[in-house]
Design a protein around this ligand. Structure first.
Ligand code: XMP
Length: 326
């Protein structure tokens, strides 16, 4: 729209004025906000921006490719993908407690990102350049909630590259600070980002790690990714993806039940569908999905995902249930 074209133009000017000839760094999460923030900064300063994407292996099907391939194709951004999948799996081995999982995933993410940032800074230094800015996709509601402050971010530098100070300090660039979510989506569309990214439903930072009830393993992630991809494809084919706030698909990895599939008796896992309607995720109601859509999802998952022999529907509102199971 005309207004959003103006927002883009104004922001591009403001970003150029702030960053000048220096270099900037941005962590892409796979979500809408960081992608739109990075795309805006890319438009403003081109290859003075380096983006880092930590592939922790907890994303849904196609999401990493969406960043690696589609985001890069549209923006031309210089993207470094760090494959940290093994590191996350190792750190999560044997852990079932949800809060413990969150802590581990958060901690590993910071470690990997700090290392990547150190490398970017060191590479720039080798060319006589400095990376002074860190791009963040902070939205207006986050600004209000945090009291409006802005400023700098410190990260630990990792010492295996010489000549860097112990702490790296970056000035924050937050081009979405005045925008609400729907405006951010419009800016994203304006910048040519794909609808599948721009209209992505909320997805928790710890990703599928908190949608496997039980220990997170590579096999379980594969099972859940397949089931989740089917549910998302069918909801979107039914035109329901934008009506629903979120629909977590949860693998009850430690539960088994008896079934009959194909040649005989199975002893597989259930997955839970958790479609919710909400305004802000503080409260939510379970979405009354059409039976035929539910039937299609159930049939396809049990036909196409060998390890899953039962699909169950969560009909709990929030409160008392939370949206996620962990
Ligand atoms: P709950 O499960 O508390 O979720 O009803 C409310 C909203 O928050 C998301 N969520 C998270 N987001 N890190 C995140 O970034 C987390 O650890 C996390 N846990 C829940 C959830 O998807 C829902 O949108």
């Amino acid at each position: 729209s005309w207004t959003m074209a103006n927002v883009v133009e104004e922001q591009v000017e403001a970003i150029r004025a702030q960053i000048g000839g220096k270099r900037a760094l941005c962590a892409l999460s796979g979500g809408v906000d960081s992608a739109v923030a990075a795309a805006l900064v890319q438009r403003a300063i081109g290859d003075q921006l380096t983006c880092v994407y930590v592939d922790h292996g907890l994303m849904r099907e196609g999401e990493t490719e969406q960043i690696e391939r589609d985001f890069v194709a549209v923006t031309g951004a210089d993207l470094r993908v760090v494959d940290a999948r093994e590191q996350f799996l190792t750190a999560l081995a044997g852990v079932s407690d949800p809060e413990q999982k969150r802590k581990i995933i958060g901690r590993e993410f910071i470690r990997v990102f700090e290392q990547a940032a150190t490398d970017v800074v060191a590479d720039a230094a080798a060319h006589g350049e400095t990376v002074e800015f860190l791009v963040q996709g902070t939205l207006y509601p986050d600004v209000v909630e945090s009291g409006g402050g802005t400023g700098t971010a410190n990260i630990k530098s990792h010492h295996n590259v010489g000549g860097l100070p112990e702490d790296l300090t970056f000035t924050l660039v937050e081009p979405l600070r005045t925008l609400f979510k729907d405006e951010v989506r419009e800016v994203g569309l304006q910048l040519g980002l794909p609808g599948s990214l721009v209209w992505r439903q909320p997805f928790p930072g710890p990703g599928l790690g908190i949608r496997i009830v039980g220990e997170v393993t590579a096999e379980r992630l594969d099972i859940l990714r397949k089931a989740d991809a089917i549910a998302r494809a069918e909801l979107s084919a039914a035109g329901l993806d934008r009506e629903i706030w979120q629909c977590p698909v949860v693998l009850l990895a430690d539960v088994r039940s008896v079934g009959v599939q194909g040649d005989g008796r199975t002893y597989g896992h259930p997955v839970v569908l958790r479609p919710v309607s909400s305004e802000d995720a503080m409260t939510a109601d379970w979405t009354r999905l059409p039976y035929d859509v539910l039937a299609k999802i159930s049939t396809r998952i049990t036909n196409e995902v060998a390890e899953v022999n039962r699909v169950v529907l969560d009909v709990t509102s929030k409160p008392p249930g939370t949206i996620e199971w962990e």
